[in-house]
Design a protein around this ligand. Structure first.
Ligand SMILES: [Zn+2]
Ligand SMILES: [Zn+2]
Length: 335
């Protein structure tokens, strides 16, 4: 099969012929129909994170059709349309049994991070790591549900966003725009923060009541909350300046949720947070039921925006476009 192989940071990926993977007893082989290109792929290519081994195949937003099933797989058949949970959880550890597959102690791998990913014609994953994709959701639209969509649903669940609350979304990339749409659907008033004009427009379309730059955030929050501050801040930008403003706009019992990976650090005053009973939370990935919920929301019409669909051979073009910062929605590869 063909796969876009990642050999080293700062080098283009190379389209290569590699052995088609065979499913083990509890696994399925998925013929990849569409694979989203997430900002994380760019971080790998730029050397900010390193995959567990090289060369490898990147891509952790995978949707497609079941192509072959292992001997023990009873609930999937060739031809099934599926969405892949990229965190290949074990299903048996303490955290999997608690329904928190995103914290699995013994994942078989993590697509792109520590297993060959979706920028290939085929992919092998445990059958338990799949969610059925309804016929009426096109593959290209479904790919961003795996990371962008499901990550935003998990973050809003962790924040326990309630109807009528004021939610600030710092950063309007793939996850941020999905979070704006989902917080709006839950009845929150949403303030989105982005510097880029095209993303600000997209945040408005997704349902933000106000879209501002960082400097304008305190005024917008004060205006929309009657001076009480934000109930929830989703911090997805991950730099010191945004994290600091995030703490400043938080109201009583406000929840600050770190979603993105950040290299910067934040110094907080416990006293300043204790008196208004504020909480700092973190959110990583998604659980399997949350991926299923994200697919159900998509079926109801809540789909993350997709800018373009490119052939797998143009993987480096897609990364260059992502690096330019111009795409608003996802770029999707179609192997
Ligand atoms: Zn587990
Ligand atoms: Zn991602």
């Amino acid at each position: 099969m063909r796969a876009a192989r990642f050999h080293a940071p700062h080098q283009p990926m190379v389209l290569e012929e590699v052995p088609t993977p065979e499913p083990g007893p509890d696994e399925v082989r998925v013929k990849v129909a569409a694979a989203g290109v997430c900002g994380t792929e760019l971080h790998f290519v730029e050397g900010l994170y390193a995959p567990a081994s090289l060369p490898t195949t990147l891509g952790h937003e995978a949707v497609g059709t079941v192509d072959a099933v292992g001997a023990e797989v009873a609930d999937r058949s060739p031809g099934d349309r599926v969405v892949v949970d990229y965190y290949l959880f074990c299903g048996a550890c303490r955290w999997c049994l608690a329904g928190r597959q995103n914290l699995c102690l013994r994942p078989r791998g993590v697509l792109a991070f520590a297993a060959d990913g979706a920028f290939a014609e085929y992919l092998v994953v445990p059958a338990r790591c799949l969610v059925t994709l309804p016929d009426d959701i096109p593959f290209e639209s479904a790919a961003p549900l795996c990371c962008a969509g499901a990550t935003s649903v998990h973050a809003l669940n962790e924040a326990d966003v309630a109807h009528g609350e004021l939610v600030v979304v710092l950063g309007a990339g793939g996850v941020g725009l999905a979070a704006v749409a989902e917080a709006h659907r839950r009845g929150a008033t949403v303030v989105a923060v982005s510097r880029r004009e095209a993303r600000r427009r997209a945040a408005t379309v997704a349902g933000a009541a106000a879209v501002v730059d960082l400097a304008g955030l305190p005024t917008a929050v004060a205006r929309l909350s009657g001076g009480q501050g934000a109930d929830v801040v989703l911090e997805m930008a991950g730099v010191e300046a945004t994290m600091r403003v995030a703490t400043e706009v938080l109201g009583r019992r406000g929840r600050l949720v770190f979603v993105g990976y950040s290299a910067d650090t934040l110094t907080v005053s416990p006293l300043a947070m204790v008196v208004p009973e504020q909480r700092i939370l973190t959110s990583v990935g998604n659980t399997l039921p949350e991926l299923a919920a994200t697919v159900a929301l998509a079926q109801a019409g809540q789909l993350p925006p997709v800018d373009d669909v490119l052939p797998l051979a143009e993987v480096n073009v897609a990364l260059d476009r992502l690096r330019s910062g111009k795409p608003v929605g996802r770029l999707v590869l179609a192997p």
